[in-house]
Design a protein around this ligand. Sequence first.
Ligand code: SAM
Length: 285
Amino acid sequence: MTDQPNAAMAEFWNGKGGKNWVSREVRLESSLKVFGQQAIDAGGISPGERILDIGFGCGETSIELAQKVGLKGQVHGVDISVAMVQAAEKKAREKAVANVSFECADAQTRTFPVDYYDLVFSRFGVMFFDDPISAFNNLYASLKPGGRLVFICWASRDQNAWVGLPLQVVAQHLGLPPAPASDEPGPFSLSDVTRVNGILSAAGFADISIESFQTSFVLGEDVDEALSFLMQLAPSGSAINNADADQETRARIALDMAELLKSYADDENVSMNASALLVTACKQD
Ligand SMILES: C[S@@+](CC[C@H](N)C(=O)[O-])C[C@H]1O[C@@H](n2cnc3c(N)ncnc32)[C@H](O)[C@@H]1O
């Protein structure tokens, strides 16, 4: 680990985090699409615009945004993970999308062109900064006067059954550390509306709006797929991995987790309640 900003998150997303995400790309994309759609709809995107997509993962939102702005527009994605950049570039080539580019960089510190973008966008990619005011101020500088910020991030753990219920199962088998502080970089670091307002105001943004968005989070098409997702990814998977649980313990957790999942399965999929925040703001003219 170094003193570099975001060193821990860079290590995570270039290690296990990125590897697991890329290997479950299809499942994640299908589960997260509904959230991204909210943000895209709130973006008020017009043909010809320039968009910066932060923490783009496997590039799906960047590609969709590029198709929306058309060939006179441009989308640039920035992600801290090499594996994500490679996955996104492959996808853009396969789909023959020419007006999208991807870069491996830290959005908190990367020097962007000033007053350049019409929209800074993110689907679940802006919760990992160790200095969020500085990161959002950096993104603010990249926007044209009047430019917009739109992102979707998770509401609190308590409002996300797909996080809390599986973690309760894990806690029956492993001594879990206390939940991280609410301002620690991670999936829930922007779940407090007052904190988000404070960060964005301090970063210079105006007209800040934060709305709650509730829906179901699809964990898998069936119990097996949902189980594999919760055992390896999601906060439950991270808790199991961080505790370095042995095979026997993992097997016992999996049995109980499968029981839980059965009660959330129907003919179509296995899903649990989820809650996110849709955040919009702009740079003053
Ligand atoms: C939860 S994933 C979301 C990925 C994608 N937006 C999606 O919705 O599928 C978070 C992403 O943010 C990226 N990320 C984390 N910290 C970052 C930083 N400081 N700068 C740029 N990207 C970052 C990670 O590498 C990862 O791809």
